[in-house]
Design a binder for this molecule. Sequence first.
Ligand SMILES: C[S@@+](CC[C@H](N)C(=O)[O-])C[C@H]1O[C@@H](n2cnc3c(N)ncnc32)[C@H](O)[C@@H]1O
Length: 251
Amino acid sequence: MLPLNSIYHDAKLYDDIHWWKNDDIDFWRNIYHETPGSKVLELACGTGRLAPCLLEDGARYTGLELSPFLAEGAKNNLKNYSSVNIVTGDMRNFQLNEKFDLIIVGFNAFLHLLADHDASACLMAVKNHMHSASRFLIDVFIPNPLFLYRPEGVRFPVLEFTHSTTEELITVEESNMYDTDTEINHLTWYFSSKDIIDFARRKFSIRMFFPSKLNCMLIDAGFEISHQWGDYYRTPLGDGSKLQIYDACLP
Ligand SMILES: C[S@@+](CC[C@H](N)C(=O)[O-])C[C@H]1O[C@@H](n2cnc3c(N)ncnc32)[C@H](O)[C@@H]1O
C-alpha cells in the first residue's frame, strides 16, 4: 500500500520533481538494443519516464505501477505511442500471463520493497514472466553512510524544480531517520516556495540494500548474475560505485 503522504500521488508533481533525471536514458536504450526480442516489462514504471527511449526503438512496452495516479500519468504521457500497456499493480504480486524478453526495475524503485519477503516475492513474480533467454535488470543506488547517519531531524537540500502550473520555483529539503534493525530509511521531504515555507510535507520509506544483500537475494531466488555495474557506463561494481546495477538471467 502507498503511504498516505506518498510522493507518488500526483503524476504532474512527479514529472516536475524529476525533470533532472535523464542520465539513465542511453543506458536503457542500449540494453534494449542488445537484447534479442522486443517485449519489455518495466516494473514500477512511474509516469513512464523510461518508456519513450524504448518505444522509439520498437519495443512492445508494458509498465506495471502501484500508484493509480502515476499509472494514469503514464497512460497520458505515452498516449501517442502504440504498443503500450500500462497496468496498475504491485510488483510483489503480479500475473500478466505472458513472458517478456527484458524486465527492468529502474531508478531505485526496487528500494520500495521494504522487507526481504517483499523483495523475494517480486523476484519470484519476475521469474514467472521470463523465458530461458530473458534478461532482468535492477538499478538502485548504494547506501552511503553519510546519508544514513545524518543527525536526526536536520534538514538537507535535495533539489529545486519549477512547478508546471504556477511556474513557481520550489525548493525541497529532506530529513531522515534510518532504522538499523530493519535497514529502512524513513524520509521526509519539505516543500517551500518563495512565499510559503513548508507548504507541503511528504513522507516515504526506502530499504537500504547493500550490494552483498541484493547479490545474495538474486542468487537465492534462482537468478544467475551476468553483470554487476557501478554506473550507467558499465564500470564494474567496486568500492567507489554509487549505483548497483544487476543484469541477471535464468541459469
Ligand atoms: C523512484 S520511482 C521510479 C519510477 C520510474 N521507474 C522512473 O524511472 O521514473 C519509484 C516508483 O515505484 C513505484 N512503486 C513502489 N512500490 C511499488 C510496488 N510494490 N509495485 C509497483 N510499483 C511500486 C512508485 O509508485 C513509483 O512510481
